[in-house]
Design a protein around this ligand. Structure first.
Ligand code: ATP
Ligand code: MG
Length: 352
């Protein structure tokens, strides 16, 4: 498996180094033949090549079997004409990575206030209120007068169908429980269509238990009793908010792995940002990106019918859970290890 690795900004280089170490160990244990092809992106690339994303990177990524993108400091990339392209947006858009898969769970051995849970938020990644990602005009907001702005949300049948399909398939691999999160009582046409399509899609999976919940109630239920959820599917902005909530409930943003997937490509990307406040200090939690990489291996294994990749992904997740359960973790979740030591603890469990 050929993987392009783009370390990114802030804590990006630290957590990608840690992730590569874990992947190499997994590759050896499970004979994955992993080739990690590292290139600069973000500020490192801007300094060397005058652009945050070199034009040849997209071709390399398309030819590879997967992409790992570290966090990038997007807030100061404003001028695309000057090469300040937002790498995350660039790859999501160019590769049509329409599904954002964000698992969140608690770990045995760690106390938490909300009870144990293990769920996945499946977020539509290409439309909704973020329609500027798709709209030709490049803008989903309109200033009608100096005092009035209209924000447009685009919901389309094909995008609902493909995200619903991904969510159903994922739920079938897990505890077979799908929850549709929406606001169809207010957004009657858009979320109404999203809800109808999700239900119709799910009806083709008779083994699935399907329920629906309004997004506001969903937030309350997730805080009160997250253990009752398995897979939650929702539109773009609701998914953005919901998945930050579930990541934080699991203990730290540093535990939030995520996969952006499309029909032919997938990109592993931590749910958090570049964390400039702790960059360069060797204390960032690498688990988010390690779990993201495990999702990528699972995706590749499933797609190409190579069970050893699926097994390797499960082994990485188990190693992470075991290390965390035994307190072998970074400070953000109450441990005392640095980034490299936390990765070494996971690697050692993979090799055991
Ligand atoms: P960006 O603009 O790139 O999103 P940010 O300043 O919003 O940067 P985030 O990366 O979103 O920072 O992080 C928010 C908070 O969570 C920060 O205090 C950061 O230190 C912490 N944090 C994020 N990721 C991790 C991690 N992997 N390990 C430990 N702490 C983290
Ligand atoms: Mg942030």
């Amino acid at each position: 498996m050929h993987v392009v690795v783009l370390p990114g900004d802030g804590i990006g280089p630290e957590i990608t180094t840690a992730t590569s170490q874990v992947l190499r160990a997994a590759s050896e244990q499970f004979q994955l033949g992993l080739v990690l092809d590292e290139h600069a992106v973000g500020h490192a690339s801007l300094a060397r090549f005058g652009t945050t994303v070199r034009p040849d990177l997209l071709g390399l990524v398309k030819a590879a079997d997967g992409l790992i993108l570290g966090p990038t400091a997007t807030f100061d990339f404003k001028d695309e004409a000057r090469g300040e392209i937002n790498p995350s947006r660039h790859f999501r858009k160019s590769l049509d990575l329409f599904a954002n898969i964000r698992p969140a769970r608690t770990y045995p051995g760690r106390t938490n206030r909300v009870g144990d849970f293990d769920l996945v938020v499946v977020r539509e990644n290409t439309e909704g209120f973020y329609a500027d990602r798709n709209m030709e005009e490049g803008n989903a907001e309109l200033r009608v007068t100096p005092d009035v702005v209209i924000s447009m949300r685009r919901i389309t049948r094909p995008c609902c169908e493909r995200i619903a399909e991904v969510a159903c398939q994922l739920a079938m691999k897990r505890r077979k429980h799908l929850t549709i999160v929406h606001k169809a009582n207010v957004l009657r046409m858009g979320d109404g269509m999203f809800l109808d399509i999700c239900k119709a899609t799910a009806s083709r999976y008779p083994e699935l238990a399907v329920d629906e919940v309004l997004v506001d109630a969903a937030m309350a239920h997730v805080v009160r009793e997250p253990g009752r959820f398995d897979v939650l599917v929702t539109t773009n902005m609701f998914g953005d908010i919901l998945s930050d909530l579930t990541a934080e409930l699991s203990g730290s943003l540093g535990l939030g792995g995520a996969l952006n997937m499309g029909a032919d490509h997938a990109m592993a990307q931590a749910a958090h940002g570049s964390a400039p406040d702790i960059a360069g200090r060797g204390i960032a939690n690498p688990v988010s990106l390690i779990l993201s990489a495990a999702l990528l291996l699972d995706w590749h294994g499933t797609r190409t019918r190579q069970p050893r990749f699926v097994s390797a992904a499960a082994a990485i997740e188990a190693a992470v859970a075991d290390a965390i359960g035994q307190g072998q973790s970074t400070q953000d979740i109450g441990g005392s290890l640095g980034t490299a030591e936390a990765a070494a603890a996971i690697t050692a469990r993979l090799q055991a």
